[in-house]
Write a new protein. Structure first.
Ligand code: FA5
Length: 341
């Protein structure tokens, strides 16, 4: 019997040597290990073996079975590795000297407009500050004269973490920390990403950028505020843009204004980008409320200041004629590619 087994082993290895494709390996597996396979057949003969030889016989057949299994597995792995090697060598070699078929990378329109506004304010003596995206309730609301349960919070629902912190709803959340850091006099802008629980449409996103600006000094008045807003807009657009200033309520400024821009998409006629009003709310602003200055450690007998919250994402829409704000977060390279610089 052991000779038969030896012959079978030899025959198997010869056939395995000749096999070189997946179906040939499978065929061999079935021929030797399948239900009616040669090795399976040897196992089935166990009953016919004399009891005193059964243990030895069984061990040999099982060893042969394992040998067949592992030999086929090894050959399959070798064949895969060889195939891969050939593929890399023949067809998938990279030629780094070939010209690229991909377009050049580009800055995102929001980055472009942010850098532009930063330059404008830097040239007027403002420092550029960075601030956290995850903030606490005090900085986002309380320090801004928005106590708990104040109705102004309804318009700025956001995403809360289990530790009570939240994703900042506006860049105003940095005002208190920056006032405490530098004191007065102070000129600073701080761009940042904001998050709100919003129903999105052509001019509302749940994740968007703002740029806050504050100026605190002696004798700062609404005239200073209007001057800086006008300068910023005329520099960004390099042409006259129609804007309007109207009263607006924000608990952290008094008086407060809404600064709207005539919709650049429809020329003020009304379209989905401006909710058919012809105007887009762009940059609310106002004189900083004394409570906010006090919370920031500023002497309100000596200093006054203005603040604004520029909607950077909307500014990018208006500057580049992007009809739907959602395109800006979409990662759609086809539309974003136009801004290659
Ligand atoms: C604020 O966030 C105030 N913190 C702004 C401010 C700062 C007022 C300093 C006074 C003084 P508001 O929620 O209106 O205000 O947002 C300001 C601007 O951000 C809007 O005019 C708009 O341009 C932009 N904005 C607000 N919500 C969204 C949104 N969901 N999607 C895109 N842009 C938005």
């Amino acid at each position: 019997m052991s000779i038969t087994m030896e012959e079978l082993r030899k025959q198997f290895h010869e056939q395995l040597q000749q096999a070189n494709a997946a179906d040939a390996f499978e065929e061999l597996r079935v021929r030797y290990l399948g239900k009616k396979g040669e090795v399976t057949g040897l196992l089935k003969q166990m009953g016919a073996i004399a009891p005193e030889m059964r243990k030895d016989y069984g061990a040999k057949v099982n060893a042969l079975k394992e040998e067949v299994e592992s030999s086929i597995k090894k050959r399959i792995e070798e064949a895969h590795a060889k195939e891969l090697e050939m593929k890399i060598a023949a067809t998938e070699r990279y030629d780094l000297s070939l010209p690229s078929t991909l377009s050049e990378g580009s800055y995102h329109p929001i980055t472009l407009v942010q850098r532009e506004v930063e330059q404008i304010f830097a040239s007027m003596g403002f420092t550029i500050e960075d601030y956290d995206e995850i903030v606490d309730d005090y900085h986002c609301f309380e320090a801004l004269n928005i106590p708990k349960h104040h109705p102004a919070r309804d318009m700025q629902d956001t995403y809360y973490l289990s530790n009570g912190q939240l994703l900042k709803t506006h860049t105003s959340a940095a005002q208190n920390a920056i006032m405490k850091k530098y004191g007065a006099p102070l000129r600073a802008i701080f761009p940042g990403r904001c998050f709100r629980n919003e129903s999105t449409d052509a001019c509302h996103e749940n994740t968007f950028f703002q740029m806050e600006g504050i100026m605190i000094d002696e004798n700062i008045s609404i005239s200073n505020l209007i001057y800086f807003m006008k300068t910023m807009l005329s520099e960004v657009f390099q042409r006259d843009v129609k804007v309007r200033l109207r009263p607006g309520f924000f608990p952290f400024v008094e008086p407060g204004f809404e600064l709207d821009i005539s919709c650049a998409i429809c020329g003020g006629k009304g379209c989905p980008s401006c909710k058919n009003s012809g105007w887009l709310e762009l940059c609310p602003c106002g004189m900083i409320h004394p409570n906010v200055l006090k919370a920031g450690g500023i002497d309100t007998d000596k200093y006054t200041g203005f603040a604004f919250g520029l909607g950077l994402t909307r500014l990018a829409m208006m500057k580049y004629g992007i009809k739907d704000i959602r395109d800006l977060n979409s990662g759609n390279l086809k539309s974003l590619d136009q801004f290659v610089k």
